[in-house]
Design a protein around this ligand. Sequence first.
Ligand SMILES: O=c1[nH]cnc2c1ncn2[C@@H]1O[C@H](CO)[C@@H](O)[C@H]1O
Ligand SMILES: [Zn+2]
Length: 363
Amino acid sequence: MEPTAVEAPTREQVHAVPKVLLHDHLDGGLRPATILELAAKIGHELPASDPAALEEWFVTSADSGSLERYLETFVHTLAVMQEADHLTRVARECVEDLAADGVVYAEVRYAPELCLEQGLDLEAVVTAVQRGFEEGMAAAAEVGRPVVVRQLLTAMRQQARAQEIAELAVAWRDRGVAGFDIAGPEKGYPPTRFLAAFEYLAAENMRFTIHAGEGFGLPSIWEAVHPCGADRLGHGVRLVDDIWVPAGAPPRLGRLAAYVRDRRIPLELCPASNVQTGAAPSIVEHPIGLLRDLGFRVTVNTDNRLMSRTSMTAEMWSLVDAFGWGLRDLEWLTVNAMKSAFYPYDERVALIHRIKEAYAAVV
Ligand SMILES: O=c1[nH]cnc2c1ncn2[C@@H]1O[C@H](CO)[C@@H](O)[C@H]1O
Ligand SMILES: [Zn+2]
């Protein structure tokens, strides 16, 4: 794709246009004030005692250059996600925050197996989160910011509960769960560990995404795509290891990169998070620019709004700033995301129309 010459949008415009979010972790998006309040209730000790300082702690600790160290910060969000009413509140606030950011469709993921420390079972966890999502969607609609939010159930790659979580996702498929995911440390935990779970999901006609090509490179992406059959790639940013950009000549794609592009496999790119974990050196140098120019099915996402102090508006704004992208590019990213959503076709098409109409009014 050729870059489009455009007038830069304003931040207000970026905030106002409808946005679609496919990769956002529930336990990576809590409000600092909520963490403080819930932690005080259960006697969990936090590294800071006011919301601004706590937020700063999350952002600087996550800014580590390593996925493993980045993930250590989740201990303090998960600590307050062990009771049903806490989960409902966190889920409701997540929807409210996304709606306020101009998101019209989101798939929010989390690992139910990490919420069992105080006696909840898996079913109770999904129930509590779903209640929060429904309350949040009702509240957002009431203030004139309707948003559709679905759950993605994540299994942790360093644990061994993927089959159980896959079955849970299938059991909840008509009650708010749109798909399945695996997350956690990538190096040393290839997705084929859970091949049987992915085969089970495929047999059930259930959709799934896999975190791959973030903390580890091409072998991880190849496994996610081929033996495992991922519908989408969580990050997938290291696909650029299979792309060569010679000076003065067109870029060359290796077989895997070409396959991913030909098959239109969506990449759930998360620029701010990638800079923190060291998967990309900076936003300006982030491969999203190259991947877009080459016509990959690129989507832009927040990953962890708390740890990356980000939002959909902030992510898009950073791309406007770094690459000079205009509203047409943001529309392209948004339609890409909606096309790639684990949402029934008819509803997806209806939302794509709404998104295009909203852009037509401002472009
Ligand atoms: O960017 C990421 N890569 C891999 N795993 C992640 C990332 N962000 C969060 N999690 C992991 O996913 C779990 C469920 O939401 C989180 O608890 C965290 O451990
Ligand atoms: Zn993620």
